[in-house]
Design a protein around this ligand. Structure first.
Ligand SMILES: NC(=O)c1ccc[n+]([C@@H]2O[C@H](COP(=O)([O-])OP(=O)(O)OC[C@H]3O[C@@H](n4cnc5c(N)ncnc54)[C@H](O)[C@@H]3O)[C@@H](O)[C@H]2O)c1
Ligand SMILES: [Zn+2]
Length: 373
């Protein structure tokens, strides 16, 4: 091996190259990266001003280390924090962040935005980066499992309005994604576990081998960094492969990532976004999708049972609580983006490890599956 090849081989252990139209960027996955952010960004950007956008929980835990690393590499960071939680993901909040960026002297030529946080921060900081002076680079530092394996990959950014989630947005691919698996140690259990819903979804739609591995994982030690690092990397590969093949959301392949999401979104909404976390609602949605798949896609019942038992293994919900207002779900369903021109496009699986977009699923199919939940 030449030095260069050895370097490339080493690099491939910890990073994934992501192709997105004309853009190419890396997602780096390793332990202790928070202290190396400055040098990592320096490989891609000149020293300049940057905004660290974070929420108050996360900034308290990690902003000092991040700021130190950036400053040592010659960057001039300004920390901008917003309240934690989905309620802060608004257009008004994005405007306030922009105002603070202008006040801090960020400009079009050499400034960039670093998003330090979960999916909420990834989405709003990416949106701000997309619109600030018509667009400046965005560096993603995801701090939740969900953000690492899902929301930081694919370039979708945005904010909510009172009419619904993610109604305003832009596609703005990051310059770099930096996944420090150590930051997951402080993530509350429930937040950690919901990330596994998207991981299990990836396994169902695209990776039967990972499905088996998850079945054999020591469920009590999933936070072990080396195993976790490999798992995160593999999930970034799955999501980015799908997104790359269907950059513009046209071939239907990207829609496969919505497995479990039609019913899942309806459950989230019916619970007023309070009862279930996203991943928990998706877990329930996947049970419904698996049941519809048994009836309409020939999924063997034992595959459906394996899906349910894997979700349970990770302590994800597979049954709705008895008092849950199921009626609320059906009021919400027709507004789902997947109901195009009266037809219901719904992701089914006929075999673990693959999925397809069906267009002949009826409201009755869905209602029946929800009743079984
Ligand atoms: N852009 C996309 O493609 C995409 C895909 C999926 C989801 N999303 C979006 O992601 C958002 C959900 O993201 P999320 O689940 O990461 O929620 P989140 O960003 O709200 O984070 C969850 C909670 O965990 C806290 N937290 C985060 N990291 C922590 C850490 N390391 N230690 C301790 N606490 C920590 C946060 O302060 C917050 O309270 C939603 O807004 C959703 O729309 C976007
Ligand atoms: Zn999701």
């Amino acid at each position: 091996l030449t030095g260069l090849e050895r370097g490339a081989a080493l690099e491939s252990v910890t990073s994934v190259r992501i192709l997105a139209g004309n853009h190419e960027y890396d997602a780096i996955v390793d332990s202790g990266l928070l202290d190396r952010v400055g040098p990592l960004i320096l490989e891609k950007a000149r020293p300049g001003r940057c905004a660290i956008v974070s929420d108050t929980n996360i900034s308290e835990l990690f902003a000092v280390r991040l700021r130190r690393s950036l400053t040592t590499s010659g960057f001039q960071p300004t920390l901008i924090t917003i309240p934690s939680g989905e309620q802060a993901k608004t257009f008004a909040q994005a405007g306030e962040i922009c105002d603070q960026m202008i006040a801090a002297g960020l400009d079009r030529k050499s400034s960039f935005v670093v998003g330090l946080g979960g999916g909420v921060i990834g989405d709003i900081s990416g949106f701000v980066a997309a619109i600030f002076q018509r667009g400046i680079p965005h560096v993603q530092i995801p701090t939740t499992l969900l953000a690492m394996v899902d929301s930081s990959i694919g370039g979708k950014t945005g904010v909510n309005t009172s009419a619904g989630k993610n109604l305003l947005g832009a596609v703005h691919h990051p310059l770099l994604v930096i996944d420090d698996v150590e930051v997951l140690q402080t993530l509350p259990d429930r937040e950690f576990v919901q990330g596994f819903a998207e991981i299990i979804k990836h396994a169902i739609i695209a990776d039967a081998e990972m499905f088996e591995q998850l079945n054999n994982t020591e469920a009590r030690s999933p936070r072990r960094p080396p195993a976790l690092q490999q798992l995160i990397k593999r999930n970034i590969e799955i999501k980015s492969r799908i997104v790359t093949r269907d950059e513009l959301d046209r071939t239907g392949e990207r829609a496969l990532l919505n497995f479990g999401h039609t019913v899942g979104h309806a459950i989230e909404r019916a619970g007023g976004y309070q009862t279930f976390l996203h991943g928990e609602a998706i877990s329930l949605g996947m049970v419904a999708a698996a049941n519809i798949s048994v009836k309409r896609a020939g999924l063997p019942a034992k595959h459906r049972d394996a899906i349910v038992s894997l979700l349970r293994r990770f302590k994800l919900p597979t049954q709705l609580p008895s008092g849950f207002a199921r009626e609320g779900m059906f009021q919400a369903l027709p507004f789902d983006k997947k109901f195009e021109s009266g037809k219901i496009r719904f992701v089914l699986t006929s075999k673990i490890g693959s999925a397809y977009l069906a267009s002949d699923i009826t409201m009755e199919d869905i209602q029946e599956a929800v009743e079984e939940l």
